[in-house]
Design a protein around this ligand. Structure first.
Ligand SMILES: *Cc1c(COP(=O)(O)O)cnc(C)c1O
Length: 387
């Protein structure tokens, strides 16, 4: 397909964005348009046949018995923690370099997050979990960050040994496996976001929980709809976190292609792996046995801000996931942490840079990014030569 990308005399005449969302729409445009019309004409817009069908298909995809469609990934996290009865006075173990939403899933229930540092793969360091367990610990919440499966064999073993619930934040890991087993199928609850930029992204907000636990699925179904199984008979204090028919219909289409979309990202990641040759830039590592669906391609650089500025000057957009680790976020000031408490997460926050990677990224676009990354090195040595 021609995306209208032109190179003139070696100069790219457009900005390379971090994310380009319309290309994945254009790839299957007529299917999405048909689905939209089907839903619009059906006269049924929230929690209907499309949602039920998507739930069945996504449960099957992840290898779980049940899927409950929700409003967002954050809701999936908050509601899972709540449905498990975890709240005030309880502690939940979570990695120190995750997205704020993972931690909000805990604190929105008045439970206390206990941070564990990440390993060299940006995921929870399994070796540091046991020292964080106290008599108050109720659960371990892992995030399969950037699309790479966490070290699930030891983590699941530790959870079992200490009788802790295991929850997975799979907002960035749709389809990523650990030793052949889907992320989201290790713990009691696999929490997914379908925010448009995610690998399985909707065209608006959406999320889901997958589980094999019938009781949990049941509780979540009630909770998402004002705590009622039968309309207006409210058994628990619920909320409104219903998935709508349009998003479910779109997600059913996207789900058919998500493995292809992930393969495309793997190819893009491989091209970065082999193309980037710059000793100032550390490439991401993949853990043996862990699959990576490359939600983000995250490099590390000691001069990250200068690299980012340099790329910006060359019309290449990048992002930082994430500039401030949760323990230092303004909103968690009351938890009493200070700089230096989680040095690995803090170092990552200073060094990580997410390169453009998206469905439909062309070879020419990626070559241009690689060329600029490699010439950042040249610029350095020229500088050094001048000194
Ligand atoms: C996106 C994301 C979430 C939240 O999902 P929303 O659908 O935006 O609420 C949670 N955790 C992680 C790791 C995410 O990347």
């Amino acid at each position: 397909m021609n995306w209208g990308f032109e190179r003139e005399r070696g100069i790219v005449n457009m900005t390379i964005k971090c994310n380009v969302l319309d290309r994945q729409f254009q790839m299957h445009q007529s299917e999405y348009e048909e689905a939209a019309l089907r839903v619009l004409r059906s006269g049924w817009y929230v929690l209907g046949n499309e949602v039920a069908a998507f739930e069945e298909e996504f449960a099957a995809y992840t290898g779980r018995k049940y899927c409950v469609g929700l409003n967002s990934g954050l809701d999936a996290l908050i509601m899972s923690v709540r449905a498990l009865g975890i709240g005030e006075g309880d502690e939940v173990i979570v990695q120190s370099n995750t997205y704020i939403a993972t931690v909000l899933g805990i604190t929105e229930n008045k439970a206390t997050p206990v941070f564990v540092e990440p390993d060299e793969y940006f995921n929870m360091d399994a070796e540091k979990i046991e020292q964080a367990i106290t008599p108050k610990t109720r659960a371990i919440m892992v995030t399969h960050l950037y699309g790479q499966a966490s070290n699930m064999e030891p983590i699941a073993r530790i959870a079992k040994k200490h009788h802790l619930e295991l929850l997975e934040d799979c907002a960035q890991s749709h389809g990523a496996c650990f030793e052949g087993k889907m992320t989201g199928s290790f713990g009691i609850s696999g929490c997914f976001s379908f925010y448009p930029t995610k690998n399985l992204g909707a065209f608006g907000d959406a999320g889901a929980v997958v589980t094999d636990d019938e009781g949990l699925a049941d509780e979540l179904r009630m909770m998402r709809n004002y705590g009622s199984r039968v309309r207006y008979y409210n058994e628990i204090e619920g909320l409104n976190s219903r998935l709508d028919e349009l998003q479910a219909a779109f997600l059913r289409i996207k789900l058919k292609y998500v493995d292809n979309l992930n393969s495309e990202r793997r190819a893009l990641a491989l091209a970065y792996d082999t193309g980037i040759k710059n000793d100032k830039i550390a490439l991401p590592k993949v853990r043996p046995g862990a699959d990576n669906i490359w939600h983000q391609y995250v490099v590390r650089c000691g001069e990250r801000d200068r690299l980012r500025q340099y790329l910006q000057e060359n019309d290449i957009q990048t992002q930082i996931h994430y500039p401030i680790p949760p323990h230092l976020a303004e909103c968690y000031r009351h938890l009493g942490y200070k700089k230096g408490d989680f040095p690995i997460a803090e170092r990552y926050a200073d060094e990580v840079l997410s390169l453009p990677i998206y469905t439909g990224m062309t070879g020419a676009e990626q070559d241009y990014v690689i060329e600029k990354l490699n010439s950042f090195s040249l610029m350095n040595s020229e500088r050094e030569n001048c000194v």
